[in-house]
Design a binder for this molecule. Structure first.
Ligand code: KE4
Length: 443
């Protein structure tokens, strides 16, 4: 909770008004700040690395709409491109060349992808990819990992992360037990458990879906051999290997985590960055599977606004700007992400506050640990060892200084190509004040 409530007075009024007409006052639960307490901040403007709230406070933004804004807010090239497209029409419900262009660009950037279908969200992408896996194998069971979040489709709201983890919801009401029964969950990074499951029920498993970095329970890296081990198990048992790169895609590398770590999934789910801030998701992968998708094949999936020209334009402009030729701005963002992460680790040591900081590409995470020596490699350990209360104090100490972090210990952070060295310096200076405050409040 912030100690300077007048700083947020209009957000407080906006929140009261919103709750009258929108459940919880927000259109996605994590925005309600239940993970950090206090009143959610309402924003009204963004530019580059910065956002301004309705009270006129400026923040350096490390949420970036939960990842999509790789170029930062209102990048001139994106704004110009979608303005011109909007003047030509926003949606036709018919094919356009823009969809083919974005498809070709994604296929060029992500080695494992041979064909792609655009949808409107990451949820639609993972839901459709799992339907495809079941259609391709004729099998029913899907395997996911505790604390991983793949959107809110019924069969995936089982031991999910992100907002489910933040709200501490065991599993969502409304998901029929019969649906949940066909989703098996095991601990992230537990390859032995996956091997035992396949030995026991391999012939029934349609697919394994996994986040290559578990960034919906905070920020948990895969142990060496975990992801490649899952690939081997699915191959050996005829199951489909699905990498959910909705968050890591085009953020940890141009070709995603799979390019960074040499993985070859059957299917990949994408979202966020490929929409450049507008609603786009996609499922993609080997032609032999994608050719089962209607109307090429029998597996049905559709969408009124799928591949709409406005969203395609935003995605195309974002990917071309970041990776079209000179990727130095992206590389600089990766370097700055590492500098921020190193700075947070150093502050943890200097102030003797145990933290676990991870960073890959333009993503990072920072756990505040209950005890020195705790190591978080799974959801069970995240729940046991992370200290959400201390994170909440850190969050507000940073927000009060104009630094906007994820309002939950169980989320990741992001940089854009607009974040400067001066922004990192300002962030680390604010973090030093926040760490010092944590020490004094603990005394
Ligand atoms: P959407 O349906 O929210 O576009 O994407 C679902 C999704 C799928 N897969 C992964 C790996 C994801 O991280 C997400 C969504 N991410 C959350 C942030 N942790 C979205 C934020 C929110 O729910 O408001």
């Amino acid at each position: 909770m912030s100690v300077v409530t007048e700083r947020y007075s209009r957000s407080q009024a906006d929140y009261a008004a919103a709750r009258e007409v929108i459940p919880g006052g927000v259109n996605s639960p994590v925005r309600a700040f239940r993970g950090v307490g206090g009143t959610p901040i309402f924003f009204e403007r963004g530019q580059g690395a910065y956002v301004w709230d309705v009270d006129g406070n400026r923040y350096i933004d490390y949420v970036l709409s939960w990842g999509p804004l790789l170029l930062g807010h209102a990048h001139p090239a994106v704004v110009e491109a979608i303005t011109l497209q909007a003047q030509r029409g926003t949606s036709f419900g018919a094919p356009t060349e823009l969809e083919t262009e974005l498809a070709r660009l994604v296929i060029e950037l992500v080695p494992s992808i041979e064909q792609i279908r655009f949808v409107n969200s990451g949820t639609e992408a993972t839901m459709s990819a799992l339907r495809l896996a079941r259609a391709a194998t004729g099998r029913r069971l899907i395997v996911k990992f505790n604390g991983c979040y793949h959107g809110h489709a019924d069969m995936l709201l089982v031991q999910a992360g992100s907002g489910v983890a933040t709200l501490g919801l065991p599993d969502s009401p409304g998901v029929p037990p019969s649906v949940a029964a066909e989703t098996i969950t095991i601990e992230y990074n537990d390859l032995d458990a996956a091997a035992a499951l396949f030995a026991n029920r391999g012939a029934e498993i349609a697919a394994v879906i996994v986040e290559p970095i578990a960034a919906n329970m905070g920020f948990v890296l895969p142990k060496p051999g975990f992801l490649s081990g899952l690939r081997e198990l699915t191959q050996a048992h005829g199951a489909i290997f699905i990498l959910d790169e909705v968050m890591t895609g085009f953020r940890v590398a141009a070709g995603g985590a799979q390019a960074l770590w040499g993985l070859d999934p059957d299917l990949t789910c994408l979202g966020k960055v490929i929409g450049g801030g507008l609603p786009v998701g996609a499922y993609a992968g080997k032609r032999q599977f994608m050719q089962l998708v209607a109307p090429a094949g029998p597996m049905y999936q559709a969408g009124t606004l799928s591949g709409n020209p406005l969203a395609m334009t935003a995605g195309l402009t974002t990917l071309r700007t970041a990776f079209g030729g000179d990727a130095s701005a992206f590389q600089q963002a990766v370097t700055r992400t590492a500098r921020l992460a190193d700075g947070l680790r150093m502050l943890g040591e200097r102030y003797r506050i145990p933290v676990q900081v991870g960073n890959v590409g333009t993503m990072f995470g920072c756990y505040f640990l209950r005890q020195e020596g705790n190591q978080i490699t799974s959801y069970a350990e995240a729940k046991a060892y992370a200290d959400p209360q201390r994170y909440a104090r850190f969050f507000w100490a940073m927000a009060d200084q104009g630094i906007y972090l994820a309002p939950s210990q169980f989320e990741a952070g992001f940089l854009s190509t607009a974040h400067s060295d001066a922004d990192i310096d300002e962030t680390l200076a604010a973090a030093e004040v926040a760490f010092a405050g944590l020490v004094s409040s603990a005394e």
